[in-house]
Design a protein around this ligand. Structure first.
Ligand code: SF4
Length: 307
């Protein structure tokens, strides 16, 4: 899921990268300027998770108010449970492939491939209580489709590099065939966020934050990549100009993958910071923003808002 196709790579190199470099970013909106406005958090005592800032499924932000001020617990819906499972499936295959390369060594290509092939999709046993039997069955089959897709992509990349590089070592093979860090842990404190953030993936040949969604395209999805880019700039002091939201969709027994590669622009950075401060204000001043006509029945807080 995290690997770009040749066409996407070409598009990235010929279109997005030159534009990102040309356009530039206002200096005060770079993450390393976290200690001064506008990045400096207005409500320093309120620590939000990145998803609380970036998710706008609740149009008024009442979900954050209920969780943080009223201490209400949400009830995860099927899409949320599935999202968690699918993320674990993809991360599991990539980590298993890295382990197989280091464990078997490049001289044992067959053994590497067999280990990756036999990696289980995921033990879904622990999730059984959170899904109806029908949803559980459907989710299991989707997880298998996803794992099979990811294994095929990973194996093709490993074999491609091995055929080109006869003298390659394990570490180099991992960095060329699997140039992503999955579930990278980040401390978001500088930006007024939780110290325990985790990005879906980060590619290191051109700093780009990747976020995977199993949802329809929504404009606020780019806020997640923007938030992580700001955090990485604050932590490591290098520019992160690009984000990519990867959309996975199951159609029958097929997986459709689309990628939204985008520049982490001034507008997105500004939008993220304003949303962070606005949601932090709801919590700090205990303001209930109320419900809206746009509530959806699968909202984790529907049972609270419409009791
Ligand atoms: S039910 Fe509506 S107002 Fe309440 S948290 Fe959900 S989307 Fe927000």
């Amino acid at each position: 899921m995290y690997f770009l196709t040749d066409e996407e790579k070409k598009h990235l190199l010929r279109y997005h990268l030159p534009r990102a470099r040309e356009r530039g970013v206002a200096e005060e909106l770079r993450g390393w300027n976290w200690h001064q406005p506008p990045l400096e958090p207005v409500y320093k005592d309120v620590i939000l998770a990145l998803y609380e800032v970036a998710n706008a499924y609740c149009p008024t932000g009442r979900d954050v108010y209920l969780r943080r001020v009223q201490k209400e617990k949400g009830q995860p819906n099927v899409a949320m449970v599935r999202g968690t499972i699918f993320h674990a499936v993809v991360a599991g295959v990539i980590v298993a492939a890295k382990r197989a390369i280091y464990g078997e060594g490049v001289a044992n290509c067959q053994a590497i491939c067999e280990r990756i092939q036999s990696h289980p999709a995921l033990s879904l046993g622990t999730w059984v209580n959170q899904l109806s039997s029908e949803d559980f069955e459907a989710t299991t089959s989707m997880a298998e489709i996803l794992a099979a897709f990811e294994k095929t992509r990973v194996l093709a990349r490993i074999q491609e590099i091995l055929t080109k590089q006869p003298y390659i070592g394990e570490d180099s093979l991992v960095s060329l065939a699997l140039p992503v860090v999955v579930e990278q842990k980040l401390d978001g404190s500088f930006i007024g966020l939780s110290p325990n953030l985790s990005t879906d993936a980060f590619v290191f040949w051109e700093p780009m934050v990747l976020d995977m969604k199993f949802d329809r395209v929504r404009n606020f999805h780019r806020l997640s990549t923007t938030g992580y880019a700001l955090v990485m700039e604050a932590l490591y002091e290098f520019p992160v100009n690009l984000g990519c939201v990867i959309y996975g969709e199951f159609r029958g027994d097929r997986l459709i993958v689309k990628k939204d590669i985008h520049i982490i622009s001034d507008e997105l950075r500004q939008w993220f910071v304003e949303t962070r401060d606005e949601k932090a204000r709801l919590v700090a001043e205990e303001i209930d923003p109320g419900t809206t006509g746009e509530c959806y029945e699968t909202c984790p807080y529907y049972h609270v808002c419409f009791a």
